[in-house]
Design a protein around this ligand. Sequence first.
Ligand code: SAH
Length: 271
Amino acid sequence: MSGDTGGDAPVDTGTVYLVGSGPGDPELMTVKARRLLDETDVVLHDKLPGPEILSSIPEEKREDVGKRAGGDRTSQEYTNDRLVELARQGKTVVRLKGGDPFVFGRGGEEAEHLAANDVPFEYVPGITSAIAGAGVAGIPVTHRDHTSTVSFVTGHEDPTKEDSMVDWEALAATNGTIVVLMGVGKLPDYTAALRDAGLAGDTPVALVERATWPDQRVATGTLDTIVDVRDREGIEPPAITAIGGVAGTRERVNAFLANELGGFDGEPDDR
Ligand code: SAH
């Protein structure tokens, strides 16, 4: 495939790699992701891959398409267009995303945009925080004794919104594990929605902040208490919320969990 940069000779269009960086620990990135980061011409990224992985990439290769200095978010259109532009210059491009590119990462939109513009791309899976974020806190997303379903949900939406795409009532009815991403801010809304839908107030809930980053924190409580726990501990994004019986596994395994980096478990009366 070739593209014309408007220069003298047409150049072959470069490939875009949609790469998952995993949750943050550089050792949890795939061998392929590491190789591509080392070999590529340009890396487009936001802050989610975490400080250790980002600082391992030479500054001159990095383009931050996440939050801008002024606080504005770079638009998705800008990122889409920039990927195509760089590829048409013949560059090999890594679009680096936290976790897995296709789990709430807008990787699907980027793939469609690249395909529509005849840019070859490859998907390189990463370990999603939806599974690993819970796991590193001693919470298996499935467990024979507790659940045979697991749902990954965005907490970004307002559950009281008429046209909300997340059906919290249906989720409560699964009685399965619910892992909420982007769900720190709206925690009060969806914990209330789940209780209204019939989930018990003492259902275990855990917040895992910056999972596998050097400053990972874990805070636990129940549907009734977790908002207070969040406020008291000052839990901030990025964090996942794990809801369901499996979140209670943590207290039985935590003492023996060697990859636990730090945490706060609510007082016994928080459960
Ligand atoms: N593609 C990513 C998710 C992107 S959405 C993945 O597969 O993990 C952004 C949300 O992901 C954050 O708001 C947070 O809920 C979650 N997240 C990503 N990395 C995280 C980490 N290291 N620890 C906790 N949550 C994380």
